[in-house]
Design a protein around this ligand. Sequence first.
Ligand code: GTP
Ligand code: SPV
Ligand code: MN
Length: 591
Amino acid sequence: MALTANKIILDWIDECSALTKPDKIVWIDGSEEQLEALRAEACSTGELIKLNQEKLPGCYLHRSDPTDVARVEDRTFICSKSERDAGPTNNWKAPDEMYAQLSEIFDGAMKGRTMYVIPYSMFVVGSPFAKYGIELTDSIYVVLSMAIMTRVTSKVYDGIGDSGDFIRGLHSKAQIDPEKRYIAHFPEDNTIWSVNSGYGGNVLLGKKCFALRMASVLGKKERWLAEHMLILGIENPQGKTKYVAAAFPSACGKTNLAMLIPPEGYVKDGWKVWTVGDDIAWVRPRNGKLYAVNPENGFFGVAPGTSEKSNPNALVSTKRNTIFTNVVQNLDDNTVWWEGMDKNPPENALDWQGNPWNGKTASTKGAHPNSRFTAPAVNCPSLSPKWEKEDGVPIAAFIFGGRRAKTAPLVYQARGWEHGVFIGSIMGSETTAAATGEVGVTRRDPMAMLPFCGYDMGDYWFHWAEMWNDLDRIPEIFNVNWFRTDDNGDFIWPGFGENFRVLEWILKRVAGEVGMTDSPIGYLPKPEDINLDGSGVSIGTLKDLLTVDTALWKDEVKGIKEFYKKFEKNNTIPEALKKQLATLEERLANA
Ligand code: GTP
Ligand code: SPV
Ligand code: MN
């Protein structure tokens, strides 16, 4: 039975079901009974495997198709009416053409299947930040994952009322055919069509498709920012908490930083880190300050490398009501394992594809490098008590970062807002397994938004650059790099919990408590201002981590210019950023 009388919603569902031709339509209401019945059904068909319910209550394993394990950036499209609006870094196709092409693929795609209608809210239903979506899908895995990652409830229909103000998502696994896989966004119609994939970022439409690509377009119109950022709170021993938001590209450490536990000495002194979000931030100006919320309801985190040592809060988060995708199944006790969990891989196991696997003798990886857990946020021991605060938390600093083996120092600070936006715009990072394609090649990834900005990136920088007009107090902007390597290719900085030392310096800079050293790229810490007590890092190593190699940066400028060139056609690079680039070049020449 329909859960709404909203004519716009009902007509749209009619249209989509006439196209995809499901055997039946099931209205999801978010109730535990309904979800439990779906879990049982998914187990009966093999879509899910029930794990050891004593050790991992409410937990399930899912294996995706081996050709369908990551986001597909080359098959992701922004279908604005004008190509110019999509900009030079997005794939573009005219909406009519894309609708026509995908209609053929969607035609009858749900025959013999059920279409599930999922009403969901990004952020707390009814709050000023909340935005609503409805996803139609033929995948139970999607229904159950959306119920973890977003707020799935029929209250969403009250929020929408009789308006047409919601994001229309249509998804079908179809035949999981990689050649016919498309993730298409129609920003002018508030519509997303995703077909022939069953993998997270391609099909959980509330996440990257809505909360970043569609929301970035809404944010431009409504004067706010949708960002690929974690949000965390740092509470000092006096009980005062400051919040920062950080943008790192996919699989570059957001979840880890968001759930960080400070080094022992700091914990003893009473420092705490609170997790507000690990992947997406919606940021709005209010009363001259910027406030942020995490619009998600769970974590879709990278499994490999998550351990008791690297990220205990993430590990605890996965101990109940979690769906694991493409990890190792330990057959001895029906639990899960992945590379980097511990030094004790199971011998009697199945790898991510379901093949027999012995971790002691295997020459192949057991878990896929982009295997993930889908865990409810409420499981996280460090979850901030303010994570659902209706008007968000105030942001004291933005942090950009990526994987750079040599160029970027451990941390540096922008000289001001425009310089900070410039630093975001020139971010580079080595690619990871989170998207299909070559891993480890350096590419420009401005604000970690290259794959996620729903419009021209130059217009996006302009939007960032002029945001300060709405602010009395401008957040400071920093850049970090945990990934510098030595001549053997080993990471120099210990990272993870030790990153707290860099956060501490950042907060001290925000408070004006420490000085800095000027450099061609921005303000560097004085080495003695970063506390190394108990880190095992020597002051000499820290000095190495803070060096700026002028020759490498001159090459970097060449890369930046090449990247900026792409925007010449639409002439969208803000003058302020061009000026910043000229200043950088000049300073390097004089260095
Ligand atoms: P997405 O979910 O794809 O957006 O990724 P993310 O940015 O949340 O990355 P995540 O925290 O899951 O980390 C990805 C990988 O980077 C994991 O293998 C981590 O072990 C590794 N990593 C995270 N933080 C650090 C760090 O400080 N140092 C080093 N060397 N590796 C890190
Ligand atoms: C990312 O790739 O940045 C992720 C995972 O957070 S996905 O949901 O697939 O986008
Ligand atoms: Mn991400």
